[in-house]
Design a protein around this ligand. Structure first.
Ligand code: C2E
Ligand code: CA
Ligand code: CA
Ligand code: CA
Length: 281
């Protein structure tokens, strides 16, 4: 699988351009894609920093576009987020991710799965009920599901976000703050949200072996997270040197190309079997 599927630099951002035909075309096609099962979920492993054991996976949406091939999330999520389609899209991703967790459980694998939430959906009071009914339908323990929200998603409507997240958490679902360090959250909200996990944004991780400031930020975020009783995840770990460094700093979980780029469900299962057998050698 090409690394381009994971990262990818957006050359053109149609979401910033309200009325282009390109944007409207994509929205129409996305509407059809939802009805037509063109959306698929890729999985990227999250590993214990010390042992390398896989503890779970992040679900990342892809669009098998009829003419344009496999599209990465950055190519359509920002546009979907401008409309109600993002809510439908997230429900599709949630269902695929939760049913996959069921498959893993049936294989004897106790793996968590993380799903990204957009601001619109986080403001939707139906969300906790939707999540709950999917978990029940597939008999998946709520603690295996993590919902990832960015600081900005929360800060758009903090009162409502705090309420919805509290409902979800009361149901046993875990909450992660994604892209931590890039947004406008305050420590006061972080405390009130009572989240479970902090994901340090990859922009700090990328620079940590060469930039002293990035290293200081990573180190203090790990300490802050631990002092608040949170699990700390480093995302976008691209080389073995950073992995070792994060181990020294006491980070809990790593995710990134140095372990594996996102894979389709079947590729992921094959990769996992291979990874587990190599770890035992
Ligand atoms: P994110 O939640 O921060 O996800 C991590 C992104 O970094 C993913 O891009 C992943 O493929 C990429 N990545 C992983 N490891 C590395 C690495 O070592 N180096 C680099 N450079 N990149 C790495 P992806 O899949 O294109 O997703 C982009 C963003 O789109 C996500 O950022 C997330 O905000 C959003 N997204 C993805 N799937 C969904 C979804 O199902 N629902 C919603 N609402 N948003 C989604
Ligand atoms: Ca994420
Ligand atoms: Ca992230
Ligand atoms: Ca991101």
């Amino acid at each position: 699988l090409a690394k381009g599927n994971g990262g990818g630099v957006a050359v053109y951002d149609p979401s910033k351009d309200e009325n282009t035909t390109e944007r409207l075309l994509l929205l129409t096609q996305l509407h059809d894609a939802l009805a037509d099962d063109q959306l698929t979920v890729y999985y990227q492993p999250k590993c214990d920093v010390r042992s390398g054991r896989v503890v779970g996976a992040e679900a990342l949406v892809r669009w098998q576009h009829p003419h344009r091939g496999l599209l990465g999330a950055d190519q359509f999520i920002p546009i979907a987020e401008t409309t109600e389609l993002i809510t439908q899209l997230t429900l599709v991703v949630l269902e695929q991710a939760i049913s996959r967790t069921r498959v893993w459980l049936d294989q004897g694998r106790h793996l968590g799965v993380a799903v990204n939430l957009s601001v619109r959906h986080l403001a939707d009071v139906r969300l906790p009920e939707q999540v709950d009914s999917l978990l029940k339908r597939y008999c998946v323990p709520p603690a295996l599901l993590t919902l990832e929200v960015t600081e900005n998603t929360v800060m758009t409507d903090p009162h409502r976000a705090v309420a919805v997240l509290a409902m979800l958490r009361a149901g046993g679902v875990r909450i992660a703050i994604d892209d931590y360090g890039t947004g406008y959250s305050s420590l006061a909200y972080l405390k009130r949200l009572s989240v479970d996990e902090l994901k340090i944004d990859r922009s700090f991780i990328t620079g940590m072996t060469s930039d002293d400031n990035d290293q200081i930020i990573v180190r203090s975020t790990i300490d802050l997270g631990h002092n608040l009783g949170l699990r700390v995840v480093a995302e976008g770990v691209e080389d073995i040197e950073s992995w070792r460094h994060l181990q020294v700093l006491g980070c809990d979980v790593i995710q990134g190309f140095t372990v594996q780029a996102p894979l389709s469900a079947t590729e992921f299962d094959a990769w996992l079997t291979d990874w587990e057998s190599h770890r035992r050698e």
